[in-house]
Design a protein around this ligand. Sequence first.
Ligand code: HEC
Length: 148
Amino acid sequence: MFRFFLILLFVVCSSCKYESQKSSQNFGSDSEEKKYDLYEPSEMALHMNVMFDIQKSIKEDIQNGTTPTDFPEEILKIHSAQMSDFKERNQTFEAYSHLFVEKFELIFDSTSQVPLEKRYNDAVKLCLNCHQTECTGPIPRIKKLLIK
Ligand code: HEC
């Protein structure tokens, strides 16, 4: 049983490096961080964190009764950002990234008859769908973005 847990832990950690090393990054200021940490997050990893923050602030807006109106163009960087060396832009990634952007755009469609919260959650579910195939580490964090 313990061995199984170790294997599971290994799979989770190796599926997305940064999550497992994040704790070691919290020391020191930004400039010190670089010196002491051997792991440099990829452009895509940084962009994913930006997407996380954008999605989180949209969630807060919705919960405060504000309808998000400005489509944040930077989300489109998912189509161009450089990935970590151990990842590649394969067909699955391409397919999911386009689906995600489609769903994400619907959040800002003021003519939609679908409730805003559902459109928002549909976008988060695509974060989760892609992560189930590509990178399972951040899934627990992403799940917290869902509006219950
Ligand atoms: C098309 C697939 C795909 C979609 C959609 C996607 N991700 Fe990711 N995500 C990835 C991949 C691949 C990585 C690893 C990137 C790397 O290491 O270069 C990643 C990494 C991450 C990370 C870890 C970044 C780090 O610091 O290492 C977080 C957090 C994350 N994604 C959150 C999200 C959120 C939130 C959404 C939706 C708003 C989302 N992702 C949508 C594929 C996806």
